[in-house]
Design a binder for this molecule. Structure first.
Ligand code: C5P
Length: 314
């Protein structure tokens, strides 16, 4: 096999708690992450020695500044060989958004290279390599995302996990499906490092109860799942950009059971109970926010699966 195509799904954080600051400067997290069917499409093709990267968006670096490039460089450092790789990224996930857009591309590159070069690394080793490049990348390696295996009987599978440590210690959760999620990315972006750097836990008013959340998750009770969603990083990001609060409020007024920010933001997502209300909310939000998406959990075969989920204007 010389060529492989992989879906790189975005993630949302259904809860995000910070337990404290670590000696290495990172923060100790407890967060429930969930893959959604808004995804980049990564194509890898074997070729001459070296790494060549092309992206459908010109404002994204095509060198070491791109996590996907870093992933390939790390792979070939650990697995030196005479061949190289060309990477094409079809970018659909908004960047600087709190959706792990860069991390998921890096995970897809690691997974794809491991397949193309006949699995030199175990899944566990791949997870370790992923954690070297970024905290979110091991989670992005969960699930099944290879589009071009040609077996036809290996369904695409999304993942949900409770992540601890920097975000790299993962406990898989059953994959309860969220059918109607409206996701809004405002025009501005936020630096993850800046948000964590400005976090003062004494200012946090509400923290998620992850144990209770997981119970609701397992019983697939959508209303209680929505009510349990809390992200402590909102304390910082909403102070930097009050517009995030406006989007949360708008989504709730439009019928979301609850709406919170994903990761360090600025993306906000709302969970809806029914198709009609979700579609109407997405239409209203789309008038103000070009990057509005109507999505569901990754791997669903309903009408919000894959690229059809995207309501973005061309
Ligand atoms: O690991 P990653 O490069 O994705 O993290 C980006 C930045 O976010 C880190 O440099 C750090 O400032 C912050 N971070 C943190 N604690 C975490 C994850 C990220 O402080 N658990």
């Amino acid at each position: 096999m010389d060529r492989i195509v992989i879906a790189a799904p975005a993630k949302i954080n259904l809860t995000l708690d910070v337990l404290g600051k670590r000696p290495d400067g990172y923060h100790e997290l407890e967060t429930v992450m969930h893959q959604i069917n808004l995804h980049d499409r990564i194509t890898l093709e074997k070729g001459e020695k070296g790494i060549r990267l092309h992206c459908s968006r010109e404002d994204i670096p095509a060198d070491e500044g791109n996590l996907a490039y870093k992933a390939a460089a790390l792979f070939f450092r650990e697995f030196p060989c005479e061949e190289g790789i060309t990477i094409w990224i079809e970018k659909n996930i908004p960047i600087g958004a709190g959706l792990a857009g860069g991390s998921t591309d890096a995970a897809a590159v690691l997974e794809g290279l491991n397949h193309l070069f006949d699995k030199p690394f175990s899944h566990q080793r791949l997870m370790q390599l992923a954690a070297i490049i970024g905290s979110d990348i091991p989670f992005c390696l969960m699930g099944h995302h290879i589009l071009s295996e040609g077996k036809g009987d290996d369904p695409l599978q999304g993942a949900t996990a409770l992540a601890r440590g920097r975000g790299e210690q993962l406990a898989a959760l059953e994959n309860c499906c969220l059918d109607y999620i409206v996701l809004v990315k405002p025009e501005f972006s936020i630096s993850t490092a800046a948000v964590y750097g400005a976090l003062q836990m004494e200012k946090v008013q509400q923290r998620p109860d992850n144990a209770a959340f997981i119970k609701e998750w397992i019983s697939c009770d959508m209303i209680n799942i929505a009510q349990g969603m809390v992200n402590v990083l909102e304390t910082v990001s909403t102070e930097m950009h009050p517009e995030i609060i406006k989007i949360k409020t708008q989504l709730r007024e439009l019928g979301a059971c609850n709406a919170i920010m994903s990761g360090s933001g600025p993306s906000v997502f709302g969970l809806f109970r029914d198709r009609y209300t979700a579609e109407r909310a997405a239409r209203v939000m789309d008038k103000c926010y070009r990057e509005t998406f109507l999505v569901s959990s990754y791997g669903r075969s309903d009408e919000y699966a894959g690229e059809k989920a995207v309501t973005r204007k061309p």
